[in-house]
Design a protein around this ligand. Structure first.
Ligand code: BEZ
Length: 253
């Protein structure tokens, strides 16, 4: 039976685009030497290390123990801890909180926004990118269609939260942030590994939908999902995921 667990080697070997795209976001963060910066959902630590390379003091947190073990191996000089962003508390507030490609895993957005606010100094900045309204809509639709036909209830297992700018900015404002920048944009994302790219992606990021299914059922479901997606997302022997991102900057008053 399939269980929910991150596969860190699949993440590092086949999904490096997650942090490679995040490098743009570092320009919005613009870390300064000596600043204290918290990276929420740091995964295996690549962007936390880039923040630290600027001379800032970076701390990475992630809910997944396997990711943090790997982050510590990759960057032993950086402080990482297994902590849920919804539960994070600190006595020494940060100059900035950074988060790349993680907040779409946290439907309780008001809770994490409150923790981020409390983790920042007055005037501190929150810089984030995550999946926005309409993100991976073709992939999500294909998963729903195939699993429903197999007698599953995908809507009950959907782990993803893709808000609109209006929804997320309102939550930030209700918490007391000034939202100084917000953008939503399409970012078609080329998946690695040629014709195996969609299968890798689904196994890495869509495994919540397969809890309780046998590995044969999962393989059968993935093949059917690929068949539905092929006409729109498979081009020149390469899979392209229909990502739509939100980028946001908010300042703690
Ligand atoms: C994203 O980065 O948009 C994403 C990744 C995995 C699952 C869903 C969305």
């Amino acid at each position: 039976m399939i269980e929910n667990k991150w596969d860190t080697s699949l993440y590092e070997n086949k999904h490096s685009f997650v942090w490679q795209y995040g490098e743009d976001l570092l320009q919005l963060l613009a870390p300064q030497p000596g600043e204290q910066i918290l990276d929420i959902g740091c995964g295996t630590g690549q962007l936390t290390a880039e923040i630290a390379n600027t001379g800032a003091v970076a701390v990475g947190i992630d809910t997944d123990a396997g990711m943090i073990t790997q982050a510590r191996i990759n960057y032993p000089q950086i402080q990482f801890s297994v902590t849920d962003g919804k539960e994070f508390r600190t006595d020494t507030p940060f100059d900035a909180v950074f988060s790349n490609a993680v907040l779409h895993w946290i439907p309780q957005a008001d809770v994490v926004i409150k923790r981020i606010y409390q983790a920042l100094k007055p005037g501190g900045r929150f810089i984030a990118e995550f999946g926005g309204k309409g993100n991976i809509s073709a992939i999500r639709q294909a998963i729903y269609t195939v699993l429903s036909e197999m007698g599953q209830f995908p809507e009950k297992l959907n782990p993803w939260y893709f808000p609109s700018i209006g929804e997320y900015a309102s939550l930030l404002e209700q918490q007391g942030f000034d939202v100084t920048y917000a953008n939503i944009f399409k970012r078609p994302t080329s998946l690695t590994d040629g014709d195996r790219g969609m299968e890798n992606w689904i196994r890495m990021f869509g495994n919540h939908f397969f809890v309780g299914m046998t590995s044969e059922q999962v393989s059968q479901a993935i093949a059917a999902i690929e068949t539905l997606l092929q006409p729109t997302l498979y081009k020149d022997a390469n899979w392209i995921a229909d990502y739509r991102r939100i980028r946001i900057i908010a300042i703690r008053k």
